[in-house]
Design a protein around this ligand. Structure first.
Ligand SMILES: O=P(O)(O)OC[C@H]1O[C@H](OP(=O)(O)OP(=O)(O)O)[C@H](O)[C@@H]1O
Ligand SMILES: O=c1cc[nH]c(=O)[nH]1
Ligand SMILES: [Mg+2]
Length: 210
């Protein structure tokens, strides 16, 4: 698994405001969207393209276009939904599949409660969105789900990751082509499985308590 941790003052600045507990939901949502767009720039570095010939007002020239089949973006509900618009801004031609997952806050076991994805992902470049990589259970299960549909090319974008989650994901996807892009790699998990220093519960901060 290739891991890229962002190193840019704009990303760190936006993450700092996101982490602050007094930041209200509307600002949190706007920052999440902006951060994804910045991270997506790195995550799409190897997006598949093809050479196309176009006509400028001055001359014929060759350029690149995102090739078919279009990239597939997979936000993990609920919190991953907050990252979707930011990603779509950068890759507006992408298609979107959905995975609904929730982790048990006692056992940390993830459960999949919703799925809307193509049956065959063997020729798709998949971009999974989830703000938090904590124990790694949810993201590992999500990527396994994509592998079961034939996916061979998966990039995950997370705002924050814990070392424990990165290690768990690395083990879960061993030997497969997975790329992980993180906004920051935090210190650790606490006893409740929350990322430290983290930002709290991303789903709750985006959408409120349920
Ligand atoms: O790495 P893990 O230990 O599995 O934890 C991370 C998961 O927890 C959060 O989702 P949550 O289960 O809170 O669901 P929500 O998005 O509906 O709030 C987060 O968005 C990840 O999906
Ligand atoms: O810190 C954490 C861990 C899991 N899920 C979250 O939303 N935040
Ligand atoms: Mg949550």
């Amino acid at each position: 698994m290739r891991v890229h941790v962002a190193d840019h003052p704009l990303i760190t600045h936006k993450l700092t405001v996101l982490r602050e507990k007094s930041t209200p939901s509307p600002t949190f949502r706007a920052l999440t969207e902006e951060l994804v767009t910045l991270l997506a720039y790195e995550a799409t570095r190897e997006v598949r393209t093809e050479v196309v010939t176009i006509q400028t007002p001055v001359a014929e020239t060759q350029g690149l276009a995102i090739s078919e089949p279009r990239p597939l973006i997979v936000p993990i509900l609920r919190a991953g939904l907050g990252m979707l618009e930011g990603m779509m801004k950068l890759v507006p031609s992408a298609e979107v599949g959905f995975l609904g997952m929730v982790r048990d806050e006692e056992t940390f076991e993830p459960t999949t409660y919703a799925e809307r994805l193509p049956d065959d992902l063997s020729d798709r470049q998949c971009f999974v969105l989830d703000p938090m990589l904590a124990t790694g259970g949810s993201l590992s299960a999500a990527i396994e789900f994509l592998f079961d549909r034939g996916a061979v090319d998966v990039t995950a974008i997370c705002l924050l990751g814990a070392p424990e989650g990165v290690a768990a994901l690395e083990k879960a996807v061993e030997g497969r082509e997975v790329h992980l892009v993180l906004g920051a790699l935090d210190e650790r998990l606490n006893e409740k499985g929350y990322i430290v220093p983290g930002l709290g519960d991303a789903g709750d901060r985006l959408y409120g308590l349920v």
